[in-house]
Ligand binder design. Structure first.
Ligand SMILES: [Mn+2]
Length: 342
């Protein structure tokens, strides 16, 4: 059977997050397959590289580092548009056909993912004449999210069901090279200028019509709570199944279990995080954040009571916070050896 090729992109600061994704991927590998994992790196320290290699030291896994920074630096920085806290490294995935120039196909994964199933299955997806295999972006495709810009419309994509998320991608590198797709990516970056999801929008425009949509179980958004009623009827079942049985959780936006109060599969996340040397630190930070959040809400509630003679909505919030806090505390107690005294 062929190798399973996977790529992550990370700089030195993102190594803890990458480590959790990597630990979870390694825990779900098939001993009969060989996994070749590329880290498209931007200035990762020698110590961190050694550590990542240790994490992926099983016999059937090979970890390789590719210098993505050099590739990106070879283009004028004005070639890339950025918004908010994005760094130019989000564009790394567009250059995969060049960075991994000797491979036919690769599974690209964002670092903000938790892998709960063997990715070989996803890698084996037949792409045919398509450039990419990807999941529908649920926030755009299905949910009525008034706070999100209607990217698909401004991009000239006719149906919002055809807009995909770029965090989990099976890429047809061979075909992309044959069609000089990187040139088209760069032209499109210039044409679109500052769009909302820079790299993802470019991929959607260039690959439109050549996308194999894969089951949403391979890219469940972990930081968002979905309202069943918000989904288009034809997606309700597949979305429900994906949430019920996620294969890959993608912590889009600010949805990380180690920074958020409520996040999907927090227990599983910490199960793998604690297999890395960063897990304990992540837990400590979360505990501090929760304590701060609880104190702040309490202060608001008292201030509201003193000022208006009632708790108003803050009281409801505090009740919710306390309940959520208790629930998380109960869950965490099930994990081994945690430093909690909530
Ligand atoms: Mn992501």
């Amino acid at each position: 059977m062929s190798d399973v090729l996977v790529a992550f992109a990370s700089d030195n600061n993102y190594v803890p997050v990458l480590s959790v994704a990597l630990a979870s991927l390694v825990a779900h590998t098939n001993p009969d397959r060989h996994y070749k994992i590329y880290i498209l790196e931007n200035a990762i320290s020698a110590g961190n590289k050694n550590y990542l290699s240790e994490l992926a030291s099983a016999n059937n896994i090979e970890l390789l580092f590719a210098d993505a920074h050099r590739t990106l630096a070879s283009y004028a920085q004005s070639a890339f548009y950025l918004r908010g806290k994005y760094s130019v490294s989000i564009y790394t995935r567009l250059f995969l056909p060049n960075i991994i120039s000797n491979e036919r196909k690769v599974l690209y994964l964002d670092c903000d993912t938790l892998i709960l199933r063997d990715v070989a299955e996803l890698y084996d997806t037949e792409l045919g004449d398509n450039y990419v295999g990807a999941t529908r972006d649920l926030t755009i495709a299905c949910a009525a999210n008034p706070w999100l810009p209607p990217s698909y419309q401004t991009l000239g994509i006719t149906s919002r069901h055809d807009y995909f998320n770029s965090g989990v991608l099976v890429l047809n590198l061979e075909l992309m090279r044959k069609d000089n797709i990187i040139d088209r990516f760069l032209e499109t970056v210039q044409k679109l200028k500052n769009t909302f999801y820079p790299d993802q929008d470019v991929l959607n425009v260039v690959c439109a019509g050549r996308v194999k949509f894969i089951a949403n179980n391979w890219g469940v958004f972990g930081g968002l709570l979905f309202n069943r009623a918000a989904f288009a009827p034809q997606f309700v079942d597949s979305v429900a199944s994906a949430i019920h049985e996620p294969y890959i959780i993608h912590y889009v936006g600010q949805g990380f279990p180690h920074t958020e109060r409520v996040s999907m599969c927090s227990e599983e996340y910490f199960h793998y995080a604690l297999k890395t040397r960063y897990g304990r630190d992540m837990l400590n930070k979360l505990q501090r954040k929760l304590n701060m959040w609880k104190r702040r809400l309490l202060r608001y509630a008292i201030a509201s009571k003193l000022t208006f003679g009632r708790f108003s909505r803050i009281e409801t919030k505090l009740a919710q916070a306390t309940e959520c806090y208790a629930r998380l505390n109960k869950r965490w107690k099930k994990l081994d050896g945690l430093p909690f005294s909530l």
